[in-house]
Design a protein around this ligand. Structure first.
Ligand code: SF4
Length: 348
């Protein structure tokens, strides 16, 4: 496709300059879990009226959070900051069981927007802890998802942050060890961590199914297919978005000459484009497409009007909204189709 530069200025306008092109990753942007979480907040605001409290950032994207704040969402770090009896939404990253207890103690109405693929990892942790396994959770210390999953079985879970941390791991019984992981890690680095763990614990069990989710894997796959051809990879995403940060790392590891993470197009420095012929563009799983369009427009103004899509996978997964919200929508008489429609929000 060709992107027309809508707002050319005298200094930067270039007619499609020879050889200049953009490789646009597919899939990119919103995954099913983020889509569900964002629509949950939008529909809760419509249904209950503002304010609606959200514990932690609903998804790790600056634009999404500020847009929802403008509509009346109040983001808090801890459950105790929510007034007694108010409505609170738990973010897509999931919460530890203790957070549900805290909400109950405050008589909060809760809506749990935890991604079902994170809930799956919670269930695995509970199950293996119930069977008295030591669980080696590969993930990043302090990330909300890791805090939530660890909270399911703190006595059984040991965090392993990278291959370099494997030698420090201590287990009670090397014959009864399983690894699980955060959903948004680098596939390659995680497999290297597992390989090193297995060297130490040959009977290490694998998770029943992939913990790194389909969206993380597909976005990394698309970047791998493009990276070697790109002089510059621009990943749209926020700095606290694990899967977005991983995309820059994966691009550089697979041959991109340069790579940067930006929240907005105006963060792209013109000097990044010096001598660049091919720019790769993708976005993290929490990024609305409008921000990618802004980047394409920024590049088009600078002569990168030819855009070629590189498709690594097709995605069609959608998750139904949280039960609590569906029940209230139904009680209000909202059409069932409307309850699970995920394309109605303003953040798409
Ligand atoms: S990145 Fe994966 S685990 Fe996280 S919200 Fe999206 S689909 Fe769910």
């Amino acid at each position: 496709m060709t992107i027309a530069a809508e707002t050319p200025d005298a200094d930067t306008t270039a007619t499609a300059s020879e050889g200049k092109r953009v490789l646009l990753a597919a899939p990119r942007g919103y995954c099913a879990g983020v889509d569900r979480a964002v629509v949950t907040v939008e529909k809760a605001l419509d249904l209950y009226g503002p304010p609606v409290y959200v514990r932690k950032e609903i998804v790790h994207n600056k634009h999404v959070v500020t847009t929802l704040e403008k509509r009346g969402a109040i983001f808090v770090d801890e459950t105790q900051e929510v007034p007694e009896g108010a409505t609170v939404i738990f973010s897509a990253h999931g919460v530890a069981p203790i957070v549900h207890d805290e909400a109950k103690a405050l008589s909060l109405k809760t809506i749990d927007a935890t991604c079902p693929l994170v809930t799956k990892v919670h269930r695995e942790a509970k199950r293996f802890a119930g069977d008295d396994f030591d669980i080696l959770l590969i993930g990043h210390e302090g990330h909300e998802e890791v805090v939530g999953t660890s909270g399911e079985a703190p006595e059984h879970i040991t965090l392993v942050q990278s291959p370099d941390h494997v030698d420090e791991v201590v287990v009670r019984d090397p014959d009864k060890v399983v690894w699980l992981s955060q959903t948004t890690l680098s596939v390659d680095e995680t497999m290297e961590t597992v390989r090193r763990l297995r060297e130490r614990f040959p009977k290490l069990q694998d998770p029943p199914s992939d913990d790194i989710c389909y969206a993380t894997q597909n976005r990394q796959l698309a970047v791998k297919q493009m990276a070697a051809q790109t002089d510059l990879m621009i990943v749209v995403g926020s700095r606290n978005s694990s899967n977005s940060v991983r995309l820059v790392e994966v691009a550089l590891e697979h041959g991109a000459r340069d790579g940067h993470l930006v929240d907005y197009a105006d963060e792209i420095a013109d000097e990044w484009l010096d001598g660049v012929t091919t720019v790769g563009v993708t976005s993290g799983a929490s990024v609305p497409e409008v921000l990618v369009r802004d980047v394409l427009q920024f590049l088009a103004i600078r002569g990168f009007t030819d855009v070629e899509t590189v498709t690594a996978a097709e995605e069609s997964l959608l998750f139904a909204l949280p039960n609590e919200l569906r029940r209230d929508l139904k009680a209000r008489g909202a059409d069932q189709t409307e309850e699970i429609r995920h394309d109605a929000g303003s953040l798409h």
